[in-house]
Design a protein around this ligand. Structure first.
Ligand SMILES: NC(=O)c1ccc[n+]([C@@H]2O[C@H](COP(=O)([O-])OP(=O)(O)OC[C@H]3O[C@@H](n4cnc5c(N)ncnc54)[C@H](O)[C@@H]3O)[C@@H](O)[C@H]2O)c1
Length: 435
């Protein structure tokens, strides 16, 4: 049920929904439902969307195109305006495939749980990633099939929670599809397939970048509490986004990891800072990172990411081996190998976002649900590990990152709580640990 009837004032809505206690301590009710195993094509798969922003709306669109018998029946968001604009968009494209009655429009911090408790088969998770471990756990506990946008956590405790949920989903035979979309892009599948088959020989380094301009921010409104402001500008708070290395550049780290068979690095050392994007409206995150991942025996993953205007952009992965060099360039669309073997991808490209959902729904229909749990947790952890190394100025081992007790964000959420912006980490001085 919607906590915010449409004729109520926005203030009232915030008060009504603000007291929900939904932190890590929320007891997840045990729901005695069976997962939707291979459903005949005549059976409707009912989809619920949690996080109705840009990507969530896109994912719902793709879910409705993935299978002829899918309906969107429930939506949840922290904010009513986001939910309504998403629903309007989706109705324009999909007509009566969107059947979200007012009783299935859930608003507030506890909206995710109400959606999961409603009669849905597949849940799409597309809130800021700080909430992902909690939402994923609740969805898996309720035996729902899940699409989980990347990244899947912002801290070590979150990663451990995600790993446990993904393991549980395997036991339940329910799907966990990740939003690491390049894994569903045919040219990248071909290129990384060649690399994994040894086309560049033994790999020495994987250099990868995500250098881009800055992103959006939303002007503070007088009626917003600090919590609402941070949530609406979630990119700039590490408890919500994990900083831009986790939120955005993780795509490049994911491809680095793919090239290296998703093996675990031993440690990371790095640097970073907040050099240009220093205004208060950008919270406390950095605007550049440079991290070296040590995989042992001289093998290195070298990562650079930047969100600064008027600088050279690059979004690529270069894999150097003892028999060749592979280039995967996401801006230029180049997938090529030079060396002992010469190869260039000349096949068709695909809409990777659509392919994710096509494969998710096909896997549900045929009774062998996809589970991306291992690589989605691992790639996200690489980003967290890099951030920890840059913030602290220390070498951070894989085990330290994975077993970190640093839990970001408040234990419980409410709209009117005090949650001052944490200090900008200063390596060697104030490492930004906690908050
Ligand atoms: N795979 C990709 O290429 C890709 C592209 C863009 C975004 N993303 C990822 O998708 C996720 C969402 O990004 P976006 O660009 O759609 O952001 P967005 O701000 O447009 O949408 C996020 C939505 O979540 C809602 N929300 C916030 N907290 C919530 C909560 N506790 N419960 C319910 N709803 C909540 C917000 O109100 C908003 O509507 C992020 O993890 C982002 O990294 C992935």
């Amino acid at each position: 049920m919607n906590n915010s009837p449409q004729n109520e004032s926005r203030r009232r809505f915030i008060k009504n929904t603000g007291s929900a206690v939904v932190g890590g301590s929320l007891a997840i009710p045990m729901i005695n439902t069976m997962p939707t195993f291979a459903k005949g094509n005549a059976d409707t798969l009912k989809v619920g969307l949690i996080g109705c922003g840009g990507r969530g709306t896109g994912a719902a669109n793709q879910a409705m195109k993935a299978d002829p018998n899918v309906k969107l029946v429930a939506m949840a968001d922290a904010f009513e305006d986001r939910l309504q604009s998403s629903m309007e968009n989706l109705k324009k494209g999909h007509g009566d495939k969107v059947q979200v009655d007012p009783e299935h429009q859930f608003i507030g911090f506890d909206a995710f749980q109400k959606l999961i408790d409603s009669d849905v088969d597949v849940v799409l998770l597309a809130t800021p990633p700080g909430f992902r471990p909690q939402h994923l756990t609740a969805a898996v506990e309720a035996k729902k099939h899940v699409f989980a946008e990347k990244p899947v956590a912002v801290d070590g405790p979150g990663i451990r929670q995600v790993m446990a949920a993904a393991k549980k989903a395997k036991e339940n035979n329910t799907a966990v599809m990740s939003g690491f979309c390049w894994r569903y892009h045919e040219p990248k599948r071909a290129a990384f397939g060649k690399i994994l088959d040894g086309a560049v020989g033994n790999i020495g380094t994987v250099y990868n970048t995500y250098n881009t301009g800055t992103l959006w921010s939303k002007e503070r409104q007088p009626e917003w509490t600090e919590m609402e402001y941070q949530l609406r500008n979630w990119l700039y708070y590490k408890w919500l986004s994990g900083d831009h290395i986790t939120e955005q550049a993780v795509h490049s780290l994911d491809m680095m990891s793919w090239a290296l068979s998703d093996k675990q690095p031993m440690s990371a050392m790095g640097t970073g800072g907040r050099q240009v994007r220093t205004d208060d409206k950008y919270g406390h995150i950095y605007d550049h990172f440079a991290i070296v991942y040590d995989y042992g025996d001289g093998q290195k993953g070298i990562h650079m990411s930047r969100q600064q205007f008027n600088c050279a952009n690059s979004y690529s992965v270069e894999v150097s081996g003892d028999q060749g060099h592979a280039t995967v360039d996401c801006i230029k669309g180049v997938h090529e190998i030079k060396g002992n073997e010469k190869w260039r991808y000349r096949g068709e490209s695909n809409d990777m976002y659509q392919t994710e959902h096509d494969e998710l729904f096909a896997s549900i229909r045929n009774g062998s649900p996809v589970n991306d749990g291992d690589f989605m947790a691992q790639s996200t952890l690489l980003a967290i590990m890099g951030r920890m190394a840059a913030y602290t100025g220390q070498i951070v081992t894989y085990d330290e990152a994975l077993n970190s007790q640093e839990k970001l964000g408040p234990e419980n959420y409410s709209w009117d709580m005090e949650y001052p912006v944490a200090a900008v980490p200063m390596p060697g001085i104030q490492d930004g640990v906690g908050r």
